[in-house]
Design a protein around this ligand. Structure first.
Ligand SMILES: Nc1ncnc2c1ncn2[C@@H]1O[C@H](COP(=O)(O)OP(=O)(O)OP(=O)(O)O)[C@@H](O)[C@H]1O
Length: 473
């Protein structure tokens, strides 16, 4: 596969941006005699193998009936548009006026039916936290059209009083609060590991990036617009983010809740509380062996949670893809998390996915790749650079994406990602296993990472309509 111009320029921007740019460029550059397309193909394939795409079908909700989304008129029975055939396959009924109805089938690593509870979804995320603790970088991203359930999946149902549900509504908690809880539970299992957890929260709104944990020193108001500088080479550079240290899941979620209060929200035709921005929550974990509090034994890994709507937030602007990266490094060299690179990319003005079909589908796999310097990329770097660098931060590359999908799909039904033909649908060891096959030696070093297996579940029935969850008190 040939990298398109935009991606190539993004990749080169990222390379040049980092202090270790020269090394990385060398590692990324194919040998002079190599066939360019072969090298790109191989690295592309390697990256894709670390991207695991799940699909969650949102239940039909009362506001769907009231929606005036033109896409919805194309389908007489919205609740039956998307149908989970089995745990890996979705069938979409496409009916366009004047065309005979057809069914299209899409495959994923895992498909969640509308009735699947939050804990079911989290069951597939849990192993990533073990990997995070073992020094791997992980990234979880929710992608989908407005109202398709990204925020619900990541955070839980929205509460008027508090954007993140209180602990008594545990059954509805989203991935972020559950992950925070699990992370601290794992940390508490081995206190000798001395773990430090830092959180940063960024909102990307139109073309602006806001550090939601920073406080304006003049007005003492939270949420500060980050300065984005364009270097001579045309790279975007962002001022370092605020990283707040947290000691418990509650502290972590209080920060997230405070950050969410600042997010831009507006009613759309799809639903009343549409978040009008992309949100990136980064949890940086630094573990230090008890015998070496400042030396090279310190390891750092990052877990990123993205909420990403593919549509533009402002007419005329394309989507912004954004990567927050922080090179795995020991604490003596890097005492706080720093945003090493935020690369923003403007694509052509997009259409809302409900209307764009094939075009969006074609872009979706690419959009995952628009995260140069992201975990998968770093994994390649660490892997090729040898065990020393890998040991410094552990290979990353585990990335899960929820392509959340409501009943409102395009008549073409082409919103979804479909793995390339020939791509293995399951990697040995499960999709959440180590990013590459582990040798026996490595397995002994990272027994839990190697042992992660995908949790499978069977849900009876294919019902697409489910009642709303009970309101939380
Ligand atoms: N699996 C689900 N079960 C029950 N309700 C859901 C589910 N997914 C989403 N919802 C509800 O659907 C509505 C829209 O979901 P949500 O706000 O998560 O969409 P979104 O994709 O984040 O939208 P936007 O991009 O506009 O912010 C919310 O009221 C949410 O509670």
């Amino acid at each position: 596969m040939v990298v398109d111009a935009d991606e190539r320029s993004l990749a080169s921007l990222c390379d040049c941006h980092l202090p270790e740019a020269r090394t990385q460029s060398c590692l990324r550059a194919p040998p002079a005699h190599a066939d360019q397309s072969t090298v790109t193909d191989a690295s592309d394939r390697a990256e894709r193998e670390h991207q695991i795409v799940h699909c969650r079908i949102r239940p039909v909700l009362p506001f769907d009936e009231e929606s005036d989304d033109p896409g919805s008129h194309a389908s007489p029975a919205p609740g039956e548009v998307a149908h989970a055939v089995d745990d890996e396959t979705v069938q979409v009924k496409c009916s366009r006026p004047g065309h005979p109805p057809i069914n299209k089938t899409f495959t994923f690593e895992r498909v969640y039916r509308p009735a699947d509870p939050q804990r079911e979804v989290f069951g597939d995320v849990r192993p990533l936290l073990t990997s995070l603790l073992d020094g791997y970088n992980v990234c979880i991203m929710a992608y989908g059209q407005t109202g398709s359930g990204k925020s619900y999946t990541m955070l839980g149902p929205r509460s008027e009083v508090r954007p993140v549900l209180p602990p008594d509504c545990h059954s509805d908690l989203g991935l972020v609060p559950r992950a925070a809880e699990e992370l601290f539970r794992l940390i508490s299992e081995n206190p000798s590991r001395r773990a430090k957890v830092e959180v940063s929260i960024v909102e990307v709104y139109n073309d602006d990036i806001f550090d939601l944990l920073a406080e304006d020193t003049c007005t003492a108001t939270p949420g500060v617009k980050c300065e984005v500088l364009t270097t001579k080479e045309g790279r975007k550079e962002v001022s370092p983010l605020t990283c707040t240290s947290v000691r418990s899941a509650q502290e972590c979620m209080m920060l997230v809740g405070a950050g969410l209060q600042l997010r831009a929200m507006r009613a759309t035709s799809a639903h009343a509380h549409s978040s009008r921005s992309h949100l990136i929550i980064t949890v940086a974990l630094t573990t230090t062996p008890a015998w070496d509090s400042s030396g090279p034994g310190a390891r750092r890994a990052e877990g990123l949670g993205h909420l990403w709507s593919p549509h533009s937030r402002r007419a005329g602007l394309g989507p912004t893809s954004c990567a927050l990266t922080s090179r795995p490094s020991n604490l003596t060299q890097q005492s706080r998390a720093r945003v090493r690179s935020i690369t923003a990319h403007r694509a052509r003005p997009p259409l809302a996915p409900a209307a764009c079909g094939r075009e969006e589908a074609a872009r979706f796999p690419q959009s995952l790749k628009w995260v140069p310097g992201g975990p998968a990329w770093r994994h390649r770097w660490a892997h090729r650079a040898g065990p020393r660098q890998a040991a410094a931060g552990g290979p990353g590359g585990q990335r899960v994406c929820w392509c959340v999908w409501s009943d409102r799909v395009s008549p073409e039904g082409d919103v979804l990602y479909k793995p390339e033909p020939g791509r293995p649908r399951r990697r040995p060891g499960g999709p959440f296993g180590a990013p590459r096959p582990h040798s026996l030696q490595e397995q002994q070093a990272h027994p839990r990472a190697a042992g992660c297996a995908r949790r499978r579940c069977k849900v009876a029935g294919d019902s697409v309509r489910v009642p709303l969850p009970e309101a939380c008190g």
